[in-house]
Design a protein around this ligand. Structure first.
Ligand SMILES: [Zn+2]
Length: 159
């Protein structure tokens, strides 16, 4: 995974939360909904870049997505983003965070069904999904009919 892709994975939580709250989508109603969409966003974008998700956990005050079997993830999304931005800057490369956020949103739009399916499953399963459950849900969502052209989730922004 490149630094840009890692940044997009970290951004995906907040972006998915915001997209789910957009007028017209009407999916997010509570704080727990927000967290479920947030963590599902991380998992869907990570999967897109070939990174497996081992668990998603929702707590009363937040949640987490694990990227290794026994991960005790430290650091916030913002800290992870800052880390990769610093790394790129160190090598004299610039990071366009606006462009990366736009691309993250497009990715989530194209895979919104998967985000929804994960968020729904988290609600049904009491806020926890393991690696097998996540893989199965993402696999299934992938086989579902794609959104109709012109529908909300089909729109792609120009980045
Ligand atoms: Zn997050």
């Amino acid at each position: 995974m490149t630094e840009d892709q890692a940044i997009m994975c970290s951004m995906a939580g907040r972006v998915a939360e915001e997209m789910g709250s957009e007028a017209g989508w009407k999916r997010i109603r509570t704080g727990a909904d927000s967290t479920r969409y947030h963590e599902s966003g991380h998992a869907v974008v990570s999967r897109h870049f070939g990174k497996k998700t081992y668990c998603i956990e929702i707590f009363s005050n937040g949640g987490r997505t694990c990227y290794s079997p026994n991960s005790k993830s430290g650091g916030s999304d913002q800290e992870h983003i800052a880390l990769f931005v610093d790394l790129k800057n160190h090598f004299g490369e610039l990071v366009d965070l606006v462009e990366l956020e736009c691309k993250t949103e497009n990715l989530l739009r194209a895979n919104w069904r998967a985000v929804q399916r994960l968020a729904e499953a988290l609600e049904i399963n009491g806020g926890y999904l393991n690696a097998e459950q996540i893989a199965e849900i993402l696999e299934k969502a992938n086989r579902e009919i794609k959104p109709a052209p012109g529908s909300k989730s089909d729109e792609q922004k120009h980045c």
